[in-house]
Design a protein around this ligand. Sequence first.
Ligand SMILES: CC(C)(COP(=O)(O)OP(=O)(O)OC[C@H]1O[C@@H](n2cnc3c(N)ncnc32)[C@H](O)[C@@H]1OP(=O)(O)O)[C@@H](O)C(=O)NCCC(=O)NCCS
Length: 179
Amino acid sequence: MGSEGRRGPLKIRRALTADAGIVAHIHVESWNVAYRGIMPDEVIARTDLAYRTVFWQERIADGDWPVFLMEEHGKPVAFCQMIPTRDGDDDPKRVGHITSLHVLPHVRGRGHGHALMDHVLAEFRRRGFEAVTLWVLQENWNARRFYEKYGFALDGGTRTYPKTGVPEVRYRIRLSVSP
Ligand SMILES: CC(C)(COP(=O)(O)OP(=O)(O)OC[C@H]1O[C@@H](n2cnc3c(N)ncnc32)[C@H](O)[C@@H]1OP(=O)(O)O)[C@@H](O)C(=O)NCCC(=O)NCCS
């Protein structure tokens, strides 16, 4: 996909295994800013570039469910992973799930997150999904405001982030049927 963002040409493509380090870099940079003070410091320190590179190598290797990488002027700036839901109270054939959406801190607020979300929801729609959910840390108010502005709403789901006890809330959006 090619589109004009608010600041220059944006391209969204599927990440390849060779992009695992780039995706990991965006993820680590994003956590360092957005999750500081919400997630324990030792968890942020542990989820470093080496850890995340292996993590994303494994996930990108899944050929069915894409990790999308957004580039601005050819430089990677954001990524998003889509999968079917893994939550026991939803049907994975009808409900899609976004595991991660991260924009590099210095380019936030320029419409990149919105454009990447548009792309991912269009892909879910194309694959016949009826709704999409995502988990967000309860205290991550910036992301929560972004999702709410986009059109997601809390659906009552709560859980704690694995191994940390940090509370998360679930958001959901219904997908309109494509024309
Ligand atoms: C949350 C995130 C993905 C949003 O991406 P972004 O590129 O910064 O957001 P956009 O510029 O596309 O914002 C789209 C709209 O949401 C609004 N918005 C974005 N962040 C907002 C905030 N903190 N408060 C209020 N509105 C916000 C923008 O004003 C914009 O509105 P507009 O279209 O009317 O101008 C990005 O900021 C990010 O990576 N955050 C850190 C990582 C994170 O928390 N990810 C979510 C993990 S679940």
